[in-house]
Ligand binder design. Structure first.
Ligand SMILES: [Zn+2]
Length: 483
């Protein structure tokens, strides 16, 4: 346990709920022009008809929107999110905790190919209001007609009723929702965050491209997590790391030590430049062994460095054609070794032969430096630096459903990170036990066959449901360890 846990002010009653709805109305009125285009919605929500309107609201949702709403209503770990984000609260009282939480920026958004709508600077001391913000946003995209009917409101050509993304921003000096009523409004605390996206490794990947991520290229992100944890812990002493698969193409690392969240912009900038390894310089990084191990055990074979034509060309380009005072053509030497070993089936053995051959030149070359350049080119962590340096960048909330893949954004233990398979995480449908295969009717079979088949399907379905529930509970438990 990191701190004296205060009681969660986690209440649910109609008064709070009504007040939440009025807060939502306030949100809508405060929407910034650059965030919402052509938003001309006028509302007249009668609070007495709230339940009826909610029912009508749900009936207008698409099946996927209904699933999202159900997920955020029933499954999303709001209690744990509250505890995690108010970890650094001031004072020991629950009031102090909720006051701190109330100064945290949240943002909801939805993404369509033609448009993205983002609502920033949303906040509340009560986590239930944040739940309503993403979910029960009745007024935002619906119109209540004169006779009480709820119609789909079209924004910018695409109708939408439930936001599909919840992002977390910094903690401000005052509540973000009240920013227009205070004289100074600025971020004061922010977790030290790292965002590493796999598409930034495209030049070295053979297995996937762009937004695609598989268990092979995931290893590069896991390696980045290993390195950053080691280096940051060693050099800055931070200990509270949370690793999260974004559900899409990336890995997020959140560092929540008090001394980390209070780092200034300048300090974050220095920290990033310290972590940036200039692999083209002569500076030999002491962590070479760390990357070399991954390179030799995984990268060479996984990314076909010596067996794919394009990859091989790129590999050779990492060796200089004119090295040192004697202008040694190292690339040519490497090509010769590969020719001599063309019958060797394993790429790793070919690599070992290259190293052995270059070692014979060691009187004239700095072998370690050459190996370092090659290995770092392939493996150095591609950090999205502005996200780490800036205070204002948003990062997707753990347990959010990724809008594109519908995968759960899950926390991962560092000790398990290399075994993690990004294609084997719960999805919106699997969490809710929605069976995609509804084609179960077979009227031509005899009754006994139907019974057997039906029983088997029931058993299988029940087993899948148990697995899905267990998976979700496991990730939930993992997240609870951070409180
Ligand atoms: Zn891949």
């Amino acid at each position: 346990m990191w701190f004296n846990k205060a009681t969660t002010p986690y209440q649910s009653n109609s008064r709070i709920r009504r007040s939440a709805i009025s807060n939502q109305l306030a949100f809508i009125k405060k929407m910034d022009a650059d965030e919402i285009d052509d938003f001309d919605l006028t509302l007249d929500v009668d609070k007495k008809d709230e339940v009826k309107q909610q029912q009508q609201f749900v009936s207008t949702l698409t099946p996927e929107e209904q699933s999202l709403k159900k997920y955020y209503d029933e499954k999303f770990p709001w209690d744990l999110l509250y505890e995690w984000l108010s970890f650094n609260h001031f004072g020991d009282s629950s009031d102090g905790q909720s006051e701190y939480f109330g100064r945290r920026e949240f943002s909801v958004s939805y993404t369509r190919p033609d448009k993205q709508i983002v609502l920033r600077n949303r906040s509340s001391p009560d986590v239930n209001n944040i739940k309503l913000l993403i979910n029960d946003l009745l007024p935002a995209t619906t119109v209540v007609g004169a006779s009480g009917e709820v119609k789909r409101k079209t924004i910018g050509g695409s109708g939408r009723l439930v936001y599909d993304k919840l992002d977390i921003g910094p903690v401000y000096n005052s509540e973000p929702i009240k920013k227009d009523s205070v004289t100074s409004y600025s971020p004061v605390e922010r977790e030290l965050v790292f965002d590493i996206d796999i598409n930034d490794y495209d030049e070295v990947r053979a297995c996937c491209k762009g937004q695609t991520l598989c268990s092979k290229c995931w290893g590069l992100l896991a390696l980045a997590a290993d390195y950053l944890t080691y280096q940051i812990n060693e050099c800055f002493g931070f200990e509270q790391f949370l690793y999260v698969f974004s559900g899409g193409r990336g890995l997020h690392i959140w560092i929540s030590d008090k001394s980390a969240v209070t780092l200034t912009y300048e300090m974050r900038k220095s920290l990033v430049s310290f972590l940036r390894m200039d692999h083209s310089s002569d500076y030999l990084h002491p962590q070479i062994e760390f990357f070399l191990k991954y390179f030799e055990e995984h990268m060479i074979e996984d990314q076909l460095l010596l067996s794919d034509e394009k990859q091989l060309k790129q590999f050779l380009e990492q060796f200089p054609e004119s090295y040192g005072k004697k202008k040694i053509n190292i690339r040519e030497s490497v090509e010769r070794v590969l020719e001599e070993n063309s019958e060797v089936s394993s790429d790793v053995e070919k690599w070992m032969a290259i190293k052995a051959s270059l070692a014979t030149l060691k009187e004239n070359i700095d072998l370690q430096e050459i190996i370092f350049r090659v290995v770092m080119y392939y493996t150095h962590p591609r950090i999205d630096e502005p996200v780490t340096i800036g205070f204002n960048h948003l990062l997707k909330s753990p347990f959010c459903i990724h809008p594109r893949t519908k995968k759960l954004c899950v926390p991962i233990e560092l000790s398990e990170i290399h075994k993690f398979d990004p294609n084997n995480v719960p999805t919106l449908n699997s969490i809710l036990n929605i069976n995609q295969d509804n084609n179960n009717n077979n009227n031509n079979s005899n009754q006994m066959d139907i019974d057997d088949e039906s029983n088997n399907k029931k058993k299988k379905k029940s087993k899948n449901q148990d697995n899905n529930t267990n998976d979700f509970q496991r990730y939930r438990k993992q997240f609870s360890l951070y409180n």
